[in-house]
Design a protein around this ligand. Structure first.
Ligand code: NDP
Length: 335
């Protein structure tokens, strides 16, 4: 009997998840039926929204079920196929279980063209996080040359792409992140104009004010909390805020109370708009093509933090909240 290792949700965490949130189990390897494909996982994408799916609340993504495998964007190789469009050995992308092997209907999988770009970039620059950066910044932020764009979570998968697209569009870009090593990379390698380590500064508002002498035109929000309060307070007339993520609040069960900024938002005719990348499903091809071109031309660079082994995937997820990752957090399985 062939064995399949899987990671299940053991219980719903009340605040910060820990090892007891997850359980690794072994089960029998599944066998495909008509139209199904058995895939061996090569890479798992590790994403902050997975923490949101551990809560039993209605959201754009279904909650994970206790005792069932976690799932996420992944890349793998077809091992067995009962679907006419897929053959053994082909590389595919889809939402797999956090497992060595996953059984999926062929309609849930897409083939990967191995000649296009390094395979893992399908899980970030030209995949979900890149599309999130592209549409949030360009469709909501609408940056114009010479404007000041501030991005929080700047050294992560979404933030890094946001900053680089803003540079392509001729903006002045200020990145906020939580380590000097990350900030050095943004400035020296990606050409960010200025940077702020939010863990080191005494007063986030004062420092951001100093770094943005002409105010802020676009604030791309990946984190929420105190950083966002400061950035919104510094927005110019007709400033725009793509509300992408609130990672600073994902481990809290209660909604946080902060400064109430709506008077300021009204007085300055500011646009605050939440979005989910899948709102743009009809335009994914446009986004993918633009991102792939910039990647090929070297206008978008990237970093990956890769952890080895399925058993280390839970800690990689917890690492997002510690700020362990520079760029996209991935887990590699097998050789
Ligand atoms: P990242 O690669 O940016 O990883 C998360 C990073 O967040 C960490 O490395 C850490 O970096 C930072 N962070 C963690 N806790 C805090 C905190 N309390 N305050 C400030 N920063 C913190 O993740 P992604 O790029 O995948 O996602 C970025 C954001 O975008 C997330 O909020 C996510 O939920 C959201 N998202 C939204 C989507 C949408 O459709 N709306 C789609 C995809 C992502 P540091 O060292 O800087 O603290």
């Amino acid at each position: 009997m062939k064995i399949n290792k899987q990671i299940l949700l053991a219980k719903r965490p009340e605040s910060v998840p820990d090892a007891s949130t997850f359980k690794m189990v072994e089960s029998q390897m599944p066998v495909p039926k008509e139209n199904e494909v058995l895939v061996r996982t090569h890479y798992l994408s590790v994403d902050p929204y997975m923490r949101g799916r551990m809560k039993n609340i209605k959201s754009y993504a279904e909650p994970f079920q206790i005792g069932k495998p976690l799932t996420g964007d992944s890349i793998g190789e077809v091992i067995l196929s009962k679907h006419p469009d897929f053959s053994i050995g082909e590389m595919v992308i889809g939402t797999f279980d956090w497992a060595e092997y996953s059984l999926r209907d062929g309609s849930e999988l897409s083939k990967i063209n191995l000649n296009e770009a390094p395979i893992t970039t399908h899980l970030h620059v030209t995949g979900m996080t890149g599309l999130t950066a592209y549409f949030g910044l360009l469709d909501i932020g609408k940056p114009k040359p010479g404007e000041t764009v501030v991005v929080s979570g700047a050294a992560g998968a979404v933030g890094m792409v946001v900053g680089q697209i803003a540079k392509i569009k001729g903006c002045r870009v200020v990145g906020i992140a939580g380590s000097d090593e990350k900030l050095k990379y943004l400035k020296d390698e990606l050409g960010f104009d200025d940077i702020m380590n939010y863990k080191k500064v005494q007063d986030i508002y004062q420092e951001l004010d100093r770094l943005c002498p002409n105010g802020i035109d676009v604030y791309y929000d990946n984190v929420g909390g105190e950083i966002t309060d400061a950035a919104i307070s510094l927005l110019n007339f007709h400033g725009r805020v793509p509300l992408c993520g609130q990672i600073s609040m994902l481990n809290s069960e209660n909604s946080e109370k902060g400064p109430r900024l709506f008077t300021h938002v009204i007085r300055r005719s500011i646009l605050l708009k939440g979005f989910i990348y899948s709102d743009y499903q009809d335009r994914f091809e446009e986004g993918r093509q633009a991102l792939a071109e910039w990647l090929m031309e070297g206008k978008i660079k990237y970093k990956e933090t890769i952890v080895e082994g399925l058993e280390n995937a839970p800690d990689a997820l917890l690492g997002l909240f510690r700020g362990d990752n520079l760029g996209k957090q991935l887990v590699r399985l097998g050789e």
